[in-house]
Design a protein around this ligand. Structure first.
Ligand SMILES: *[C@@H]1O[C@H](CO)[C@@H](O)[C@H](O)[C@H]1NC(C)=O
Ligand SMILES: *[C@@H]1O[C@H](CO)[C@@H](O)[C@H](O)[C@H]1NC(C)=O
Ligand SMILES: *[C@@H]1O[C@H](CO)[C@@H](O)[C@H](O)[C@H]1NC(C)=O
Ligand SMILES: *[C@@H]1O[C@H](CO)[C@@H](O)[C@H](O)[C@H]1NC(C)=O
Ligand SMILES: *[C@@H]1O[C@H](CO)[C@@H](O)[C@H](O)[C@H]1NC(C)=O
Ligand SMILES: *[C@@H]1O[C@H](CO)[C@@H](O)[C@H](O)[C@H]1NC(C)=O
Ligand SMILES: *[C@@H]1O[C@H](CO)[C@@H](O)[C@H](O)[C@H]1NC(C)=O
Ligand SMILES: *[C@@H]1O[C@H](CO)[C@@H](O)[C@H](O)[C@H]1NC(C)=O
Ligand SMILES: *[C@@H]1O[C@H](CO)[C@@H](O)[C@H](O)[C@H]1NC(C)=O
Ligand SMILES: *[C@@H]1O[C@H](CO)[C@@H](O)[C@H](O)[C@H]1NC(C)=O
Ligand SMILES: *[C@@H]1O[C@H](CO)[C@@H](O)[C@H](O)[C@H]1NC(C)=O
Ligand SMILES: *[C@@H]1O[C@H](CO)[C@@H](O)[C@H](O)[C@H]1NC(C)=O
Length: 391
């Protein structure tokens, strides 16, 4: 009896902690969005998007560019008035670095970038989903023809194609956020004000074999601390991404400490339809991060060349589909979503629905005990009172 009581009040304390944690102020940022800042003509090769996300005492700059391989650069400063300066003459030249600066330079706390470098395709003849030797020549994303950015609200859509794609396209949709929340479509990733979301869509790409599967090569680039360590965490199975129990986290930290400076985070799942339903899910996997040549990534991306002078680069492959899963050919569509940001990545917690169920499950017995206790007390008093005259 005592043990049960302790467990229940313990549960109640946990519940209180849950509610307090959930209601902590997640912060706000004011967003300023600009295309090709400081340029008086549209650049010939690709647009540069600049999002200034201004907090109380800091600014987070997101820069997204398709001069070469599509690149998202994020820079955290400790000033709410820091800004980006671009020397466009230099920025458009293929052989200069240092043309894009975040000023004042002393305010920069952290910077890192993700480059979408290559799309790889292999013929999975035995349906093992083990990428072996059957690779087709890779698509180099730096050689794609990229359309102009399509900006609407807090999202920017960049689509491009290889010359061989006929009607197919590879699109990247960047979303930036002024408050905490969760994306509308699967996998409903949770975001904070310190992150932005990128969704990759491979739509109608002509498969070079009936049993083709795809891989995406990502490069993380940083001056001192690029994303380097891969972590896979257990995640809760909630109503947002049902049946996905893991979250993959690619983090940057100082000398292996547990403090995270920057991150890319995703659920290991892709979807085979636009506007996906649960049954369109297909698992994805990642390879171990490997150090790459900084010079190669500078050559591939104009934004990396403009911002970093001596970058370090780490790369990994994300592969879509497992043995026995339908091939790309089945729908000619794949989408995959990742979250990129600074500081600690947002962690899924029990949803309000689950919290409500817990509250009912734990709270009701507690209320019954309390009501029961009060009733017993009152009853005893009454009993005592009614005995008095007999004295
Ligand atoms: C966002 O970053 C700022 C500055 O590092 C920090 O104070 C704040 O707590 C972070 N907010 C969230 C929700 O992580
Ligand atoms: C911002 O800085 C001011 C002055 O340094 C300080 O009073 C204030 O508490 C800071 N605000 C936050 C949210 O850190
Ligand atoms: C931009 O770079 C060019 C070439 O290096 C240089 O001539 C010019 O003065 C620079 N412009 C500014 C505003 O710094
Ligand atoms: C960049 O290339 C241009 C023309 O190809 C050349 O004139 C210029 O000297 C080069 N600059 C550097 C820094 O190599
Ligand atoms: C911002 O960071 C720089 C470099 O870390 C430091 O020198 C400066 O004092 C900081 N400024 C504020 C207002 O915290
Ligand atoms: C497919 O299976 C056949 C027969 O088991 C084997 O000879 C062949 O090497 C396999 N191909 C690949 C790419 O694994
Ligand atoms: C992409 O362009 C670069 C630079 O022009 C070239 O070196 C590379 O071979 C091209 N890649 C493909 C797959 O054509
Ligand atoms: C731009 O995006 C909007 C909203 O996503 C869409 O309706 C429109 O067709 C797009 N325009 C182009 C040229 O792709
Ligand atoms: C490409 O699109 C055009 C016009 O929508 C259509 O007529 C054509 O059949 C498509 N080609 C392929 C290979 O899907
Ligand atoms: C799958 O791809 C192959 C080779 O490109 C093509 O011949 C076949 O018709 C495709 N199958 C479907 C169902 O689209
Ligand atoms: C990280 O380690 C390197 C070499 O092991 C050392 O030079 C550097 O000072 C360390 N950085 C920090 C912030 O501890
Ligand atoms: C990605 O996979 C391709 C094909 O197996 C391989 O050549 C490349 O080195 C891989 N990239 C990384 C970063 O592991």
């Amino acid at each position: 009896m005592m043990a049960t009581g302790n467990t229940r009040s313990g549960g109640f304390l946990v519940l209180c902690a849950v509610i307090v944690t959930c209601s902590a102020d997640p912060g706000h940022r004011q967003l300023f969005i600009q295309v090709n800042p400081g340029s008086n003509s549209t650049p010939p090769l690709g647009d540069l998007l600049h999002v200034r996300a201004v907090g109380d005492n800091d600014t987070l700059h997101f820069l997204f560019c398709s001069q070469g391989a599509p690149t998202l650069l994020f820079v955290h400063t400790n000033s709410s008035s820091s800004n980006v300066q671009v020397n466009w003459t230099q920025f458009l030249a293929p052989n200069t670095s240092g043309s894009l600066k975040v000023e004042p330079e002393s305010s920069v706390l952290y910077s890192s970038a993700i480059v979408f470098s290559r799309l790889l395709e292999y013929d999975d003849v035995n349906n093992t989903a083990e990428p072996t030797s059957e690779f087709f020549p890779p698509y180099d994303l730096q050689n794609f023809t990229w359309n102009r950015l399509n900006l609407s609200g807090h999202t920017a859509l960049l689509c491009g194609a290889d010359a061989s794609f006929t009607n197919g396209s590879l699109c990247l949709q960047l979303s930036v956020f002024d408050s905490e929340g969760r994306s509308q479509s699967l996998p409903h990733l949770l975001h904070s004000v310190n992150s932005s979301q990128l969704e990759l869509r491979l739509d109608g790409v002509p498969a070079r074999a009936a049993q083709s599967r795809f891989l995406l090569e990502l490069q993380a680039v940083g001056g001192d601390y690029p994303l380097s360590r891969m972590e896979v965490h257990e995640s809760i199975d909630d109503e947002y991404t049902p049946s996905i129990f893991k979250v993959s986290r690619w983090v940057s930290s100082v000398n292996g400490s547990s403090d995270v400076l920057g991150f890319a985070q995703w659920k290991p799942v892709a979807y085979r339809h636009d506007c996906p339903a649960l049954e369109d899910a297909t698992p994805c996997r990642h390879s171990a991060p490997r150090a790459q040549s900084g010079a190669a990534v500078m050559a591939a991306s104009g934004l990396i060349r403009g911002f970093f002078s001596d970058p370090e680069s780490v790369a990994l492959n994300v592969s879509f589909g497992l043995a026995g899963e339908p091939f790309y050919n089945s729908t000619h569509f794949l989408s995959w979503t990742l979250l990129v940001g600074v500081g600690s990545p947002p962690v899924d917690f029990f949803s309000p629905l689950v919290v409500a169920i817990m509250a009912v499950g734990l709270g009701t017995p507690l209320i019954l005990i309390l009501v029961g206790g009060v009733w017993v007390c009152v009853h005893k008093r009454r009993a005592a009172a009614s005995y008095e005259p007999i004295n």
